[in-house]
Design a protein around this ligand. Structure first.
Ligand code: SF4
Length: 614
């Protein structure tokens, strides 16, 4: 392993101390620099350093003046720019489009990230260093790589590569791509010649596209077409969705008024050895010492471990399929043990491993025998019903057992959500074991809804599977001194969901005593299947119409999930009236809200007391 500094340099002083005159690469990010593998800039910086390149970081620059962008000088190879760990609009606004007053990725939680950070930073760097190549990446660039619906402007925007003066865009997890780009530039290739790097997108002049259009490219309906026509948008979405597979994905092009955006096939998945190597790099797991205030986002992940990447669940409202993909890439047990052992040597570690997981906790080491040769099925969703899918959680059981035995470890928690249909299909005692050792009172599960129509459109298992899981979970609690509870997540306002569906969900929550104050209201974030439905009112795979709750209906749906909150009374009454369900207003447990306004507060208090007693 190449020598790495304790922290990657943020300043000229640190650069000079390391004896570096000019950095090879400078990374610009909207996040604070936290040297932890769950912060993208730290991970990419460490990997580049490991590959033999010197890397400086410009974190949360003031984009109004030039000073912050010029502080580290000009890099020898390229600038790598990202908005940070999250899309800047998702980060800066609530789902109701109110500006947030804090930013968990910033020291002291003080917001310092501009809206559309990738575009803002790229423009600034391009003005100041017009001859230096710029590569953009991270979740914001990755999920805005084609023409896409933007909820914050309520319109279809161009690919971010048509808006930002960048030379290349890295999509998905970027380790392979960024190292290949750095190596090839270092060997003398020019950035404009790098048109064959898997997992990247580049722009081509329209004249060149017309004269040399390469063979075998999937051409999407262009920006102008998808911005005006919903059917074209839905078709374009389905076409690029199908091509996101690492094995069978092909090159895709989409024309824009001033450029043609071309996406190469996705990067190949990392092997276990490659993943192990990335997580074995010497992250300090701390925020850079120059910060005088804590970075809130570090607190929940400082002692968490990523065991795998990818998720084959493909929930419609999640864009992970377009970023990490559906194929699971798992680390070895030994590598995870090494990481936890390193944590135990940190004075801040109190013996608690906060989480061991990935996008879905219980997909570690699960795989389908078809993935390596054929990729994931194009028209079918991976589920325990597939005979070729390995559903035994034995590797996870073994891993967790070994982590519990590491000296200095008192508890190992699973904080990520689990996929309950997979847990039900397991025969290795996973559920029993996590209930006993790895859950601190509540196990997170995400049924999201209960009506068939909505769970199908969300691509979630149906109500009957969730009911079976609840029964099994309840059986496991019998005779226990310290029982565990399920913490289910439900969602309102999803495309395909009507007020009648939400009433059915509210009744289900009431009858199964699953009421929670936490509500997820659907937000159309870039590049998810559900966002495509929200924008077009169509299912992109069938082109069938989908009902899209908006405006007052969306508010009513949200209120129905929080039926105990007296502030929601008027909205709920409107919803019940619209659905012809005024029979649900009355006094007693079989009603949703009390008959008399004056009873509301009494009713809420009584139910809160009952809940506490339970
Ligand atoms: S067979 Fe099933 S598990 Fe395997 S890739 Fe196809 S859908 Fe996924």
């Amino acid at each position: 392993m190449t020598y790495q500094p304790g922290f990657l340099p943020l300043s000229k002083i640190e650069r000079n101390k390391l004896g570096i005159r000019q950095f090879d690469i400078i990374l610009v990010t909207g996040d604070a620099y936290v040297d932890h593998p769950s912060f993208g800039t730290a991970l990419i910086g460490r990997i580049l350093w490991d590959a033999g390149f010197t890397v400086g970081i410009i974190s949360q620059p003031d984009w109004i003046t030039a000073a912050d962008f010029t502080v580290l000088g000009k890099p020898r190879l390229f600038f790598g720019i990202s908005s940070g760990n999250v899309d800047s609009l998702v980060n800066n606004f609530t789902p109701n489009l109110k500006r947030r007053s804090d930013d968990v990725y910033s020291p002291g939680g003080i917001p310092k990230r501009p809206d559309r950070a990738t575009i803002v930073y790229t423009n600034r760097v391009h003005e100041l260093f017009p001859d230096t190549p710029i590569v953009i990446g991270g979740i914001e660039a990755s999920l805005r790589r084609f023409a896409h619906y933007d909820y914050w402007q309520d319109r279809v925007r161009q690919s971010i590569l048509a808006d930002a003066p960048a030379d290349l865009l890295i999509f998905g997890m970027g380790e392979r791509q960024v190292v290949e780009i750095a190596r090839r530039l270092a060997c003398g290739e020019t950035i404009s010649s790098l048109r064959d790097v898997r997992g990247t997108v580049f722009g081509m002049e329209i004249a060149e596209w017309r004269s040399k259009r390469p063979e075998g490219i999937i051409e999407l309906p262009g920006f102008t077409e998808v911005a005006l026509d919903k059917i074209s948008y839905a078709r374009a979405f389905a076409l690029h969705y199908y091509e996101q597979d690492t094995v069978r994905g092909r090159t895709i092009a989409q024309s824009h008024p001033k450029t043609v955006v071309i996406q190469n096939p996705p990067a190949l998945p990392l092997s276990t050895e490659e993943l192990d190597h990335i997580y074995d790099l010497p992250y300090s797991r701390r925020a850079h010492p120059s910060y005088t205030e804590r970075v809130p986002a570090l607190e929940s992940v400082q002692f968490s471990v990523t065991s795998h990447r990818g998720c084959f669940g493909a929930c419609s409202f999640c864009a992970l399929t377009h970023h990490q993909g559906r194929i699971i890439q798992s680390r070895s047990t030994e590598s995870i043990i090494r990481e936890v052992t390193r944590m135990t040597r940190m004075p801040e570690f109190k013996g608690i491993v906060q989480d061991v997981g990935g996008p879905t906790a219980n997909m570690y080491c699960l795989s389908c025998s078809l993935w390596e040769k054929y990729g994931v099925c194009r028209d079918k969703h991976c589920s325990p019903l597939c005979k070729t899918l390995k559903t035994s959680h034995s590797d996870q059981v073994e891993l967790l057992k070994k982590l519990r035995e590491i000296p200095g470890v008192k508890k190992v928690f699973i904080g990520s959500g689990i996929r309950y249909d997979l847990a039900l299909a397991d025969d290795s005692g996973y559920l029993e074991m996590i209930g006993y050792h790895h859950v601190s009172g509540h196990l997170k599960v995400a049924p999201e809804h209960v009506t068939k129509k909505v769970t199908e459109i969300m691509n979630k298992p149906g109500r009957e599977v969730f009911n079976r899981f609840c029964e099994r979970f309840e059986t496991l609690q019998q005779g226990k001194k310290r029982r565990q509870y399920l913490l289910p997540y439900f969602m309102s306002g999803h495309p395909g969901c009507s007020i009648t569906d939400m009433i059915e969900l509210a009744i289900y929550i009431r009858d199964h005593q699953l009421y929670t104050e936490q509500v997820q209201d659907f937000t159309p974030t870039p590049m998810s299947v559900s966002t495509c439905m929200y924008c077009t009112g169509l299912n992109p795979f069938t082109l069938e119409p989908v009902h899209v709750p908006k405006g007052i209906e969306k508010k009513i749906q949200r209120a129905l999930m929080q039926y105990r909150d007296p502030r929601n009374r008027q909205l709920i009454i409107e919803g019940l009236k619209a659905a012809g369900r005024m029979d649900l207003i009355g006094n007693g447990r079989k009603f949703l809200i009390p008959a008399d306004d004056r009873d509301t507060n009494q009713y809420v208090l009584k139910h809160h007391k009952n809940e506490k007693r339970k």
